[in-house]
Design a protein around this ligand. Structure first.
Ligand SMILES: [Zn+2]
Length: 146
């Protein structure tokens, strides 16, 4: 059985390696669908309180909301990072290119860790988490973290 919840957050990014439009700085409203799964016979009344799920997912997404995501060669661009610091703009540095594939894996892992370490109804050792992350209304990546 699965239960899920939908979220959105806004970021700017670019893909330095990209040959087309994505090399330019642009923004997305990412839509994130987080699903938590347990075997049907292990669900007693409630799989996870939707309020708990919201709290833990928001704590992760708020790290990035309304920020500039720096990845690839931008993550080593000292001049760019100094400028962002001096302006007080929110940014976040990743050790990978900020593709929706990489972001969904990373964000899914963080959410799973939070759900494992905080109090909720879940059997912390035995649940799967699937994250489906839309970069545009029609383009997404989906990953399941076992
Ligand atoms: Zn993009």
């Amino acid at each position: 059985m699965k239960v899920g919840k939908e979220f959105t957050f806004d970021c700017a990014h670019r893909l330095p390696f990209h040959k087309g439009q994505c090399k330019n700085l642009h923004g997305h409203t990412y839509k994130v669908i987080v699903e938590v799964e347990q075997p049907d016979n292990e669900v007693q009344r409630i799989l996870i309180d939707f309020g708990d799920l919201k709290k833990e997912v928001k704590a992760v997404l708020d790290l990035y909301d309304h920020s500039l995501l720096l990845g690839g060669t931008d993550a080593q661009d000292g001049e760019l990072i100094s400028l962002l610091k001096s302006r007080g703009w929110k940014y976040y540095i990743f050790e990978f290119d900020t593709t929706v594939e990489n972001l969904s894996k990373h964000i899914g892992g963080l959410i799973k860790s939070r759900l494992q370490s905080t109090g909720n109804h879940l059997d912390k050792l035995n649940f799967g988490l699937t994250i489906k992350m839309y970069e545009t209304p029609t383009s997404y990546a989906e990953v399941t973290i076992k």
